[in-house]
Design a protein around this ligand. Sequence first.
Ligand code: UDX
Ligand code: UDX
Ligand code: ADP
Length: 479
Amino acid sequence: MVIEKICCLGAGYVGGPTCSVIAMKCPNIQVTVCDKSVERINQWNSEKLPIYEPGLDDVVRQCRGKNLFFSTDIAKGIREADLIFISVNTPTKTFGNGKGRAADLKYVESAARMIADLATSNKIVVEKSTVPVKAAEIIMKILRANTKPGVEYQILSNPEFLAEGTAIVDLVEAERVLIGGEDTPEGQKAIQELCWVYEHWIPAKNILTTNTWSSELSKLAANAFLAQRISSINSLSAVCEATGADVSEVARAVGRDSRIGPKFLEASIGFGGSCFQKDILNLIYLCECLNLPEVAAYWQQVLSLNDYQKTRFTRKVIESLFNTVSDKNIAILGFSFKKNTGDTRESPAIHVSKTLLDEGAKLHIYDPKVEPDQIFYELTSPYLTSEPEIVKKNVEIHDTAYSAVTGAHAIVLCTEWDEFKVLDFKKIYEVMMKPAYIFDGRKILNHEALQNIGFHVQTIGKRLSRVGSIRAQGSQTMP
Ligand code: UDX
Ligand code: UDX
Ligand code: ADP
């Protein structure tokens, strides 16, 4: 079979960018991205796409209406496709068996059932969402138990490794594409057919093929390793703050060892995003189910350290502000989980904001790309304790950083947006309450320059000497 038509179920952060790049690189393939959400599809068909991702607009503009389509007609998409990507959401279960750890596979299951209902010709079904190991088996069981005569399925695992904020580059210049399938002639043939799609732009040597289970576990393992590096450096950031070492210097020295490498050693207020926590929880759940409690405990510690880091940072903010933030104006700069995305899932800014709200602070939040509704949603959604009325009363969303900081007692920088590095801090100092505090949760500001202006500055992984601010502030008492 030569793949002429691809359908993708789920037009989210994974399905949207991935299929846009496939369409761009494979002009001979018709790609239709389907979603059950009418609103999402309308946005994909509009000038303002539902997700912010550098470079995505150009790709979509180039292909949409030619060989890239966004549609709510899931049935048509499934029926016509030779290959179907499943890119639906797989949130962590919030109730029942495996609550708080296992992935809720109801959307994957429903996608599989839809395919089984509607398919009238052979399909290659590709699991693309991050799902726990053996999810392909679930898809396989559903499809094969409902197969119509003359219809055959091959199920592949093809995990996506893109990171938000760099999705287009990650897809266009992928270091590796991983495809897992069954060790049968038909399975191997399906793998080759998907390889052919990627070989339109990925060198064959970068396409790794393996069995389904190894492919699924590799995705969880890759995310767990990355998150583990962040927890490792964050754990050392606490040691640095207690001793006078500088975590950036430690990371620089450690990263020079080619066995370790320099990437993903940036200490922060903790990792966020839709994948790291969810995937490690999946891994923990898998280990528990396999009766491997020591392994589960090992990975649990990566998450516990991440929670500790968020709590530690927030506690430092409160303690520095004379142990009370009640009725104080606090400017939160950045709300997304990292720069260059509007995504807020598991963003550490949520934890920081919520804790400060619980302590009675008045928050002034600015983020270049997160919509106000999304901020309110995160601060009031059911699994958090903030009362919606308190949030409405005590949270103001601003259009600029300058507006957010006016009259603030403190700035808490939660996301490393480039624009925060070039703010006019002299001007900001003038409009803030004194003493003026800055808590740089991402280590991106020039701390010495800030101290010279007169700010009290705290950051991650480094104890700042107070010489600068004493010089600027004369006899003012330090906390
Ligand atoms: C280590 C550090 O590598 C070195 O930089 C430091 O100066 C001293 O400690 P060493 O203990 O001599 O060096 O050997 P190393 O090659 O690191 O191996 C240590 C142990 O880890 C060995 O038992 C080795 O078999 C094991 N190992 C290493 C693994 O089990 N798996 C690996 O992938 C690598
Ligand atoms: C991650 C993986 O990188 C990607 O391969 C996978 O497909 C999905 O999960 P993503 O969550 O989009 O991607 O972003 P990533 O760049 O990995 O950052 C995750 C979190 O870790 C962010 O909150 C980021 O700020 C934080 N981080 C990252 C650090 O705190 N320090 C670092 O050194 C790197
Ligand atoms: P991810 O980050 O994994 O891409 P998102 O939540 O951004 O996750 O996107 C998943 C999308 O999948 C959502 O837009 C959701 O509406 C869509 N979806 C869920 N189930 C189905 C389904 N059965 N058919 C089509 N789309 C679906």
